[in-house]
Design a protein around this ligand. Sequence first.
Ligand code: PMP
Length: 419
Amino acid sequence: MTSNTPNLTESHSAIRARYDAIVARGLKLDMTRGKPAPEQLDLAAGLLETVNSHDFKAADGTDTRNYGGLEGLPEARALMATILNAPAADVLIGGNASLQLMFDAMVRCHLFPLPGSTAAWGKADTVRFLCPVPGYDRHFAITEHLGYEMVTVPMTGHGPDMDVIEALVANDASVKGIWVIPTYNNPTGESVNAETAGRLAAMKTAAPDFRIFWDDAYAVHHLGDDRDIVPSILELCRAAGNPDRAFVFGSTSKITHAGAGLSAFASSPANIAWTKNTLSKQTIGPDKISQIRHVRLLKDAAGIEAHMAKHAAILKPKFDVVLEVLGAELDGTHLATWTSPKGGYFISLDTKPGFARRVVALADAAGVKLTAAGATYPHGKDPRDSNIRLAPSYPGLGDLRLATEVVALCVKLAWLEEQ
Ligand code: PMP
């Protein structure tokens, strides 16, 4: 037996009996998406009370009910600048979803030449886009929707593999960009370190209009005091002589109300001017009432910090339960590995190659819905059929314990079935 040979102390029949007993309970548990739990939404209940029919003016007296303010209110830009690690003057406020900003940004690149280029991406026969894996399914969906070829790049534990990226971008001008989730990646939980960020900013790209889509969805979503702090990509790009390389996105979806938050975009002055040129045809301005609601509730970086500590107090015990059960059930079995993130919304579980889809199907039959196997890869296809994204935020602690036990049992059962 090598050190990696699967090793189960329970018999097949004992595991099967535990699984069947759970199936018989007719559970309905859901660990599919990174949705905040109702108690987390309650933390921002004040959002609905910070504005009323007598009190709706911005700091400079602007009537937030009326048209205008394409860039966002100054106080909202200042607030979101602290999350995006950018100067407020280089921040635009969007609607409720950063995903929409990302989609729009990519469509703009598809339709209109970027600063530094004479042709829109969509004019090229082939556009390639780098997709670090495992990654976020909705990034891949946007890329696929525009007909771009997705080139996968492995993750290293401190962001995407820069050796692979540098080789891909150096001589191929059809490689137009890369998705990066710099802080607490969805789903692996890892963060980009200073070296990776510096190399992304400084690398030589054949495409003059290469863009990093830097989706900092979890910039302030720490679970404890041991935190990952990622450097400002905009500053690094500027210092490296590539000032227009990064598009930075973020939102308060996992800070306040996921369906009614505030999104923001930051980039170089040239990219902001380029973006505003199209945006001004698209809208007269974003929802300023939502902006003052957020500013009044969160106030500033210290307000965000205090608010996020309350989220961590709810989320940390949930992550701990999942990790505890995975450890108790699977440690030493050599059937799976999993991440133990310092923040974000996910735990990433890797089964032995070839088992993820079966595990997800077995869990589904036992009443536990998991993110579809393969979802963390372009086109929903994990070539190793190994990665499963676990989302601990929504279920209560009891349900989470049970759901994770089901996952672990299914990992064992899937392997035993093959023996
Ligand atoms: N980016 C990442 C990496 C995410 O995980 C999510 C939510 N699952 C989003 C963006 C969505 O953000 P928003 O609600 O602002 O569209």
